[in-house]
Design a binder for this molecule. Structure first.
Ligand SMILES: [Cu+2]
Length: 108
């Protein structure tokens, strides 16, 4: 299924794995668009809040693989936040579209 034109603010083309990628003054945000989480792996520090924003034209969820959190269906334009306190790798996906998977890495 092709997604229609979606106004996306900052979607880097391609998927260059960039460890240590920094965005000046940026919140730790994950965009959901075109049936994918961007970035697919987000690294944050303990105590940081991560916000998912659905920039797609249909609902998606952010659902932890081990049930730590579940946003429920996020309507287009809706957002959802989780604060990560403990270091680790947190795999999550969209419960509506199981092929959509990504992770949050909480480092030190
Ligand atoms: Cu989805």
């Amino acid at each position: 299924m092709k997604a229609g034109p979606v106004a996306t603010a900052a979607a880097p083309p391609g998927s260059a794995p960039a460890p240590g990628q920094m965005e000046a003054g940026g919140a730790d945000g994950i965009h959901i668009a075109n049936f994918a989480f961007t970035p697919p792996a987000l690294t944050v520090s303990p105590g940081q809040k991560v916000t998912w924003t659905n920039a797609d034209s249909i609902p998606h969820t952010s659902t932890s693989a081990d049930k730590r959190w579940n946003s429920g269906p996020l309507a287009p334009g809706a957002s959802f936040s989780v604060t990560f306190d403990k270091p680790g790798t947190y795999v999550y996906g969209c419960s509506i579209h199981p092929f959509m998977q990504a992770k949050v890495i909480v480092g030190r």
